[in-house]
Design a protein around this ligand. Sequence first.
Ligand SMILES: *Cc1c(COP(=O)(O)O)cnc(C)c1O
Length: 223
Amino acid sequence: MSALADRLHSVRAGIEDAARDAGRDPGGITTIVVTKFQPVSLIRELAALGVRDVGENRHQEAQAKAAELGDLGLRWHFVGQLQSKKARQVRAYASAIHSVDRESLVDALRSEEASVDCFVQVNLTDDPGRGGVAPDALETLVEKVLETPGLELRGLMAVAPLGEPARPAFANVRAMSERVQRLAPEATSLSMGMSHDYRDAILEGATHLRIGTAITGNRPTGG
Ligand SMILES: *Cc1c(COP(=O)(O)O)cnc(C)c1O
């Protein structure tokens, strides 16, 4: 088995373990392999191993990869901070946008023709530079998404803060999701959990994991 297949299998086993411990069906959990900075050859290899959902965080890179790999039938998840002026272009190839975090971006994503799945990203830190809406502005942004044509609200997305235990942070997101479901009963999905904290995320109800290096190995440059 290749090293990539090896890592993919061990993460899949870790996901099944965590789901079992949480009393959850692993079939209800989507694993998005975050392939930022990785070459298209690696994404082809992942597709051959059965991966269907991939994540990218920079528009230009994502757009080029989605165009080059159009034959693979992959679902592209946009997980990075998104400039409003790039919003329409991202809509063109993304199945889901996980980083909806402000009203101006919602306006830029508006469409009367097509619909895209989206997640509202919540900021769990005090640093606005980390992306995500502040928890006290969550309902206002959710209402804006709900009244905007072309956006299908699936749920919430969050990144656990650095240097803190992840599980209480994910429990907090789960509680915020209950607030959101009062406005949008269908918006039950939770995009949370990365290479180092996906087990905690599953224990707190994650439905969409965004896992990079634990599967791909180290990224070639930065990021
Ligand atoms: C890079 C990235 C991930 C994956 O991170 P790993 O630690 O490599 O698993 C997940 N979510 C977002 C938003 C990212 O930018």
